[in-house]
Write a protein that binds this ligand. Structure first.
Ligand code: SAM
Length: 250
């Protein structure tokens, strides 16, 4: 057996040991999740919206929340981003991300941390990536509020699983207490609560429709700049204006 063949076998073994993988990445010519149920994921999704991220991120800091094996962190680093930090709650995914950083030789930092603890980073980032995490949270608005208050310095790249109506309704600011029918409109902002599991996954909690995603982002102070593909948003930090300021810690 030649040396090249042996080192590719070692790589395959290491990748298999670190699995199962959710991100399909190509490391040294070997794919980490070639059989992914969504296809070449998340590359095929990234191809549909990568044009909204500047091609050169020199000098930009990036935080990838729920980074998984680091696909987006890696793409930002490939676009020349400066400091790139990825956080995730799952130690297995972080081991994958650290392996990817080591194999590619790109300087990225990965930490085990929940979105609810981002304040511990004590840092604002030019770009926060928050893709595919919101519907896995029991406290989605708390997460958006914490990101807005503690880490989003400028832009947020966001994605959330959506089900239900995709039309954005023209709603009044207020309705009378006797008004019920507006809530029956399919395009009213709605979060579907998953009591047991959806798609076999017990960590899916609230699945919003598109109007709810947009209303939640706006309610947390994010201004939608682009919706380049289904479920994906580029937002900037805007003004937050609750009708009534909530008490601290709420
Ligand atoms: C569907 S995957 C999305 C991964 C990646 N962001 C993407 O879009 O391809 C959800 C990720 O969020 C992570 N996650 C779940 N709850 C989290 C939390 N409270 N804080 C940070 N990450 C979390 C999971 O471990 C998983 O890696």
């Amino acid at each position: 057996m030649d040396v090249r063949r042996r080192s590719e076998d070692d790589l395959r073994r290491k990748i298999a040991e670190l699995g199962p993988w959710f991100h399909n990445l190509e490391i040294g010519g070997v794919q980490t999740a070639p059989e992914h149920f969504l296809g070449d994921y998340p590359r095929f999704k990234w191809e549909g919206f990568k044009h909204v991220i500047p091609g050169d991120l020199q000098g930009c800091s990036v935080l990838d929340v729920g980074c998984n094996a680091g696909f987006y962190a890696l793409e930002m680093k490939r676009r020349n981003a400066g400091r790139v930090v990825g956080i995730d709650t799952d130690a297995r995914y972080l081991r994958q991300a650290q392996f990817v950083a080591a194999e590619t030789g790109l300087n990225m930092e990965f930490k085990q941390m929940s979105v609810y603890d981002v304040g511990k980073l004590n840092e604002k980032f030019d770009l926060v990536i928050f893709m595919g995490v919101l519907y896995h949270l029991r406290h989605p608005l708390l997460a958006l509020d914490l990101l807005y208050e503690q880490v989003v310095g400028d832009r947020m790249l966001f994605q959330c699983l959506q089900r239900g109506d995709e039309r954005i309704p023209d709603l009044q600011e207020d309705y009378d207490f006797s008004e019920w029918s507006v809530f029956d409109r399919p395009d009213y902002p709605k979060l579907f609560f998953v009591k047991e599991r959806y798609a076999g996954d017990p960590t899916n909690w609230f699945i919003p429709n598109k109007p709810a995603v947009e209303a939640m982002l706006s309610s947390s102070g994010f201004v939608i700049e682009a919706n380049p593909e289904r479920e994906v948003y580029l937002c900037r930090r805007g003004e937050r204006h609750y009708a009534v300021e909530p008490p601290p810690g709420s």
